[in-house]
Design a binder for this molecule. Structure first.
Ligand code: HEM
Length: 505
């Protein structure tokens, strides 16, 4: 059997010199047009296999042999396969099962936990919109507001509550530092990308500084996590008799599991404090950046498409109401708001925040689509190509939420997500925070639009709607997004026009 076809690169470097460093996803989407639905190339010494057919991604990611992570320097060399995102084998299996169960018990996963998840998320959503309502006068008259700091603070605190059992005040210096580390860390990891394939680069001064930043940041965060863990241990010792009452966050659950194993004379196995640090960092990083980035794109698109925004306003008015000020509820309102849901899906399609997904790795030699895939290969689902494939999505560069709607037998529009729409990936490693992520995105977006009409401030001209030759508005030549771990829109300010008088202003 042969390897999948693909371009030949240079010795040692492989195809690295030809990759567009600002938009690698464009390079890999372009290659798929030449080599088809599965192709391979060398990145440094590593064989990378690219999948641009969603059926092939489903097929591969459902198989145990494809459930590893690629042996990148950052995941295997720095993170040493700890935590959840970088882990493989028994440690990954045990921790994934454990964390999914904890999320369920905390009401943060699955429909059955809807009400608890709603209330935790909604507290932070209200904090966010109340903060905006206090600033709205200056925002419409001047250069607008930057929604990102408030969003990052509130979304971060949702995850903090679940993971660490604590939230921070917006001006808490520790919190400002933690957010900076995440933000900067994501950027630096992206810049350090080539080290993954050519670890020798880490000795060059440019990369040495980045590696120091990443490693020092890791040591400092772990030190902070240890203080939080110590607090939890003190609490648990104090209330040792009531441990059957259950836990309220991931740290507590983890410590209780370690103590249960010790009392039962079971080996603690892969459950160690070092491993806990990484699980906490993974959940904080994976949960905050993804949801925040998705909301940034949604807000941008509803500003660029005012008619789309008006239709969301109409739906909010009809289902939730503006005037009485009832707060939205994901569990009951989302299914009655197909247009709003379709807009969110269409944004996730047209601006895939993980255009190269989260790559997997092969744990053994195997076969896919008739080709030989060796052990230790990196397997990359090219969502950028899949989500813009004209055979799956007609006129893919047009922003058309209608593509996610079908007319039901009773004549009403309902949401319909095709099988090839997979923003949380699929199979054995599929995102464990999908329900929480969807709840956060829905509640922040809908509550914001319930209270405000959003535009750019009059003097902001970075984004201009472009009308294509067919007379339809297009957005394919908007300012270049920034690509790190996620694809982030070029920053923009927002003018907030209140739709209902704020109650307490
Ligand atoms: C819009 C929001 C989100 C998106 C688009 C998203 C997307 C993804 C994707 C594509 C993966 C890779 C799956 C794979 O390797 O096959 C992933 C993994 C993961 N996600 Fe999310 N995610 C989101 C929110 C969250 C939240 C809120 C959490 C939890 C706090 C979370 C926790 C994780 C974890 C722990 C993994 C690693 C799973 C594993 O390796 O077994 N995610 N996510």
């Amino acid at each position: 059997q042969q390897l999948p076809p693909g371009p030949v690169g240079l010795p040692l470097l492989g195809y690295l010199p030809w990759i567009d460093s600002r938009a690698p996803y464009e390079t890999f989407a372009r290659l798929s047009r030449r080599y088809g639905r599965i192709y391979s190339l060398k990145l440094g010494n590593m064989l990378a296999v690219f999948l641009t057919d969603p059926q092939l991604v489903r097929q591969a990611f459902s198989r145990p042999v494809f459930s590893g992570r690629a042996p990148l320097y950052l995941t295997h060399g720095i993170m040493k396969g700890h935590g959840l995102i970088c882990a493989e084998g028994d440690s990954w299996r045990e921790h994934r099962r454990f964390v999914m169960n904890v999320m369920k018990q905390l009401g943060m996963a699955g429909r059955q936990g809807a009400s608890l998840m709603e209330s935790r998320v909604m507290d932070r959503v209200l904090e966010f919109v109340h903060g905006l309502q206090r600033h709205q006068v200056s925002s419409t008259s001047s250069g607008g507001v930057d929604l990102v700091p408030g969003l990052r603070h509130c979304i971060g605190n949702i995850i903090n509550g679940v993971v660490f059992g604590r939230t921070y005040a917006a001006d808490d210096p520790t919190w400002i530092w933690l957010q900076h580390l995440l933000d900067e860390g994501v950027k630096q990891v992206a810049v350090a990308g080539p080290i993954n394939f050519l670890p020798v680069l880490r000795f060059l001064p440019r990369y040495r500084n980045i590696m120091s930043f990443i490693i020092d940041g890791q040591v400092a965060t772990h030190r902070h996590y240890q203080e939080i863990i110590d607090d939890h241990e003190r609490q648990l010792n104090q209330y040792a008799d009531n441990q059957e009452d259950g836990y309220t966050d991931v740290i507590e659950a983890y410590l209780m599991e370690m103590s249960r194993r010790r009392r039962a004379n079971e080996p603690t196995g892969t459950f160690t404090i070092a491993q806990l640090y990484h699980v906490l960092a993974d959940m904080f990083g994976a949960g905050t950046d993804t949801a925040l980035t998705t909301i940034k794109w949604i807000v941008l698109y509803v500003i660029l498409y005012p008619d789309v925004q008006s239709q969301i306003h109409e739906e909010i008015e009809r289902v939730i109401g503006d005037k009485e000020g009832r707060i939205p509820c994901y569990a009951t309102d989302a299914k009655r708001m197909p247009w709003t849901e379709a807009v969110m899906c269409e944004v996730q399609r047209i601006k895939t925040i993980l255009p190269l997904g989260v790559p997997h790795g092969t744990l053994d030699d195997c076969e896919l689509a008739g080709y030989r895939i060796p052990k230790g290969a990196m397997v990359v689902p090219v969502w950028w190509a899949i989500n813009l494939d004209p055979t799956l999505w007609p006129d893919p560069l047009r922003f058309r939420p209608e593509r996610f709607l079908v007319r039901a037998s009773h004549g009403e529009w309902t949401l319909s997500k095709p099988d090839h729409f997979l923003p949380f990936q699929c199979g054995r490693r599929m995102c464990i925070g999908d329900e929480l992520g969807k709840t956060i995105i829905f509640l922040f977006t809908v509550t914001l639009l319930q209270r405000f009409r959003l535009t750019f401030p009059p003097d902001f001209k970075d984004y201009q709607p472009v009308i294509g030759p067919d007379g339809q508005q297009r957005t394919d030549d908007m300012p270049h997004p920034e690509y790190g771990f996620t694809l982030v829109p070029h920053p923009y300010p927002v003018a907030l026009h209140p739709r209902t008088p704020p109650k307490s202003a």
